[in-house]
Design a protein around this ligand. Structure first.
Ligand code: SF4
Ligand code: SF4
Ligand code: FES
Length: 319
């Protein structure tokens, strides 16, 4: 089959280094993958094309890149499913949120630093067991999903919160943190959750779902972050801005069927946190100019009792 690749190139050693696009027309077997195509380009057309890969089987996590605007593994994307319907080129770029070293190779140091920050190893202060630490099958099955992470960085690449704040730990590191918080053999939960309760931690995720969407291993990092939040609140870490925001949000929707936007910042920051509330004024003015003015008197929506019932049902399942 005929395939066209449009590849984002960057050579830091060029006279005036700047990213540019380059197209390659190939004839490839129908069963090929995007990675097969890139390797064919490197071997037959342009030996200078730089990319990272190893296992070619979705195991090592080294071939992360953006394909048609979305991060993923080049080795598990078949040409058949990736070729645009209009016959246009397959567009390949380096991952986002990381510096590009050359062509499709990004510097993943920031990713590793963040993972290291969550101390990704078992910590247990109790006496060492005679043989091994015992964990139930059920507990380990629950962890299986998150342990499937291959550290490819696809979620980090497309994380919208990380895009605006490099201090955010990001989906891969937070999913890794959950892996240890939820491990019954680890007893450092309080310390771990306390560290994640800070600026840049679990409350900074905007729940855009992109990490869940792009993860090639179904780790569902966003769901793990939400579970971390639940565990934090259950363990009494409910005073930070993020925790208060989440609690008031749920309380408002539960009782009235919709969000009381006027009270949300007051409850989130706390009525006496005048400085933070004053900082909200420009946003309030911009919202007002855009015609987004929450009512002063928040009233229940018709049918709010059904919403309340949904909340009660979910809450009873959690107990
Ligand atoms: S859901 Fe949260 S962690 Fe995942 S990509 Fe969006 S902002 Fe990032
Ligand atoms: S969570 Fe998924 S996308 Fe993120 S690094 Fe792990 S395997 Fe890759
Ligand atoms: S080459 Fe190993 S995951 Fe793609």
């Amino acid at each position: 089959m005929d395939v066209t690749f449009k590849v984002r190139r960057f050579n830091p050693e060029a006279d005036s280094p700047a990213p540019y696009w380059q197209e390659y027309d190939l004839e490839m077997p129908e069963a090929g993958t995007v990675l097969d195509g890139l390797i064919q380009i490197r071997e037959e057309v342009d030996g200078g094309l730089t990319l990272r890969c190893s296992c070619r089987s979705s195991i090592c996590g080294s071939c992360g890149m953006r394909i048609n605007g979305k991060a993923g593994l080049a080795c598990n994307q078949s040409l058949q499913n990736t070729m645009p319907k209009d016959g246009g080129p397959i567009v390949v770029e380096p991952m986002g949120n990381m510096n590009v070293i050359k062509d499709l190779v990004t510097d993943m140091q920031m990713h590793w630093d963040k993972v290291r920050q969550v101390e990704p190893w078992l910590q247990n202060s109790g006496p060492e067991p005679e043989n091994e630490y015992i964990a139930s099958n059920e507990d380990m099955l629950h962890l299986n999903g998150v342990m499937g992470c291959i550290m490819c960085g696809a979620c980090v690449s497309d994380c919208t919160a990380l895009e605006v704040d490099k201090n955010f730990l990001g989906p891969a590191a937070l999913a890794k943190a959950y892996r240890f918080v939820a491990d019954p053999r680890d007893d450092a939960d309080a310390k771990r959750l306390g560290a994640l309760d800070q600026y840049g931690g679990m409350w900074d995720c905007t729940r855009c779902m992109l990490c869940n969407d792009v993860c090639p291993k179904s780790v569902a990092p966003m769901d793990r972050i939400m579970s971390l939040r639940d565990k934090a609140i259950e363990s009494g870490l409910d005073k930070t801005y993020g925790a208060r925001h989440a609690q008031f949000f749920a309380k408002s929707v539960k009782h009235s069927g919709w969000l009381d936007e006027l009270k949300l910042p007051i409850f989130s920051f706390g009525i006496f946190n005048i400085i933070e509330l004053i900082k909200m004024i420009p946003l309030a003015i911009r919202s007002q100019r855009a015609g987004k003015v929450p009512p002063i008197f928040h009233k229940k929506r018709p049918g709010a009792e059904y919403v309340t019932r949904i909340f009660e049902k979910v809450e009873s399942r959690k107990q």
